[in-house]
Unconditional design. Sequence first.
Length: 350
Amino acid sequence: MSTEIKLTSFSKGAGCGCKIAPTVLQEILKSNIVSIPSEKILVGNEANDDAAVYDLGDGNALISSTDFFMPIVDDAVAFGKIASANAISDIYAMGGKPILAIAILGWPIEKIPLEVAQKVLDGARMMCAEAGITLAGGHSIDSAEPIFGLSVNGIIPIQNLKKNNTAEINDVLILTKSIGVGILSTAQKRGLLSEEDEATMLHYLTQLNKVGEQLGSVKGVTAMTDVTGFGLLGHLIEMCEGAALSAKISYQSIPKIACALPYLAKQIVPDATYRNWNSYSKHTQFGEGVNVLQAFNLLPDPQTNGGLLISVNENAVEEVMNVLTQNGLIESSIIGKITEQQEKRILVEI
């Protein structure tokens, strides 16, 4: 998919690689101002979770999230689809059902034709339709760089709500999508990505995490999140820190996008990978035999619309794997387990 207007040439970042570095974000979020307490807020600023959650008082909760970024691909329709799938994923990551979306658009009016922005919105409408929701409105500004995303609301029975900080000791860790899309998007931005590999990249970037809604009703799923801009390593560390536990993962068991590996061998790596590594390396230990250089480049690789990272009670693993297989997620893999808190949050073994 291509267009005469190469959207990635107008942005310094790409997809979830635009995220502010974790250590910088911590500084931004510091405040002495205390938020108004509310018993209705089930998930808020105190947690590094995927969305805010509000108790509706009838046994259900409202899930509310927003996500937007600069172009990760050149094709406008594809950009709209990807940004929308990524934003909707926050609802699925908490086990919810999306019900409504509104658009967030920043557009350099004098640099890029308006019909290109129209195509971005068409892509969003297509993805919202696939998720079974309406793009019901939004807000736009004239900005220096193209920006697009959604604010999404969802609903969930409170008993089905999945958080990212509730993993338990001996839980099994499952990842539903292969990692490496940040490497592919960087190769595209540099003009090095083949058409075949671009098609593979678009497959991952536009695949909805719909199965999250179904997993919400599985009691054996103790915690869940989606893997995005902080990479698998960053989001797993958030999961472990929230539960005051650690994790042991097998590098070989982590599903990887095969066509991304040759680009990785050429050191085609997003800048955000290094920012993530600088934030998370102090929490990570590598076991004997692990290719540390390759792991360093891949585990913090920023994912856009990445897969679900699921912490599952040992007795529910078969049930969860069956659900994933029935939904066509055949790459889903067991990548490790949750352990008691160790000196390091993450131990990467071969």
